[in-house]
Design a protein around this ligand. Sequence first.
Ligand SMILES: [Fe+2]
Length: 205
Amino acid sequence: MALAYNHEEITARELKPALYELDGISREAIEAHYKLYQGYVAKRNEILTKLDGVDLTSANQVYSEVRALKVDFTFAVGGIKNHELYFEHLGGNGGDPGGLFGDLVKRDFGSVADWKADLKATGMGGRGWAWTAYDWDESRLFNYIGDAQNTFAVWNATPLVALDVYEHAYFMDFATDRGAYIDKFFDNLDYAVVEDWVQKYGIRK
Ligand SMILES: [Fe+2]
């Protein structure tokens, strides 16, 4: 019996050229993210192969192995999803979001400035990530905090902005000034990409 029935390998997406020309966020920093991202893709494939090979007839000790593989799987998949969001929505000119996303931000946070202040504070407090996500059960946006690639995901919420605050994201360009990095993150957001996601997912006011 296989624990990873019919799994397929995935490959790392290519980086779009605009990521190498960000304002204040260097090519080296993007490459650091990308190297990690490639590692998460490889890890995800490797874990599924290992799960496929787990021998369930060897009784209890196998469950600690399953546990380790399944926990590592969430970390690898989180690292993939988080970075794919990060790469895809950078490369723009920042400013204030318009469209439905802009409307949601103003409705759910009071103003664009308040939304940015909330996400920035969340990113300053988090160890790995901060996200703006749409909660389908409450039909509204929240800013969530993440300490790692696999914490603290909330069910039935779709991330629309993914702010990487791991040290590799800012240390090269901003040393210990994480706040300056977060300001630059906002300046490089492509809100057209975020709005496309909002439309594609069918989010409504
Ligand atoms: Fe990263």
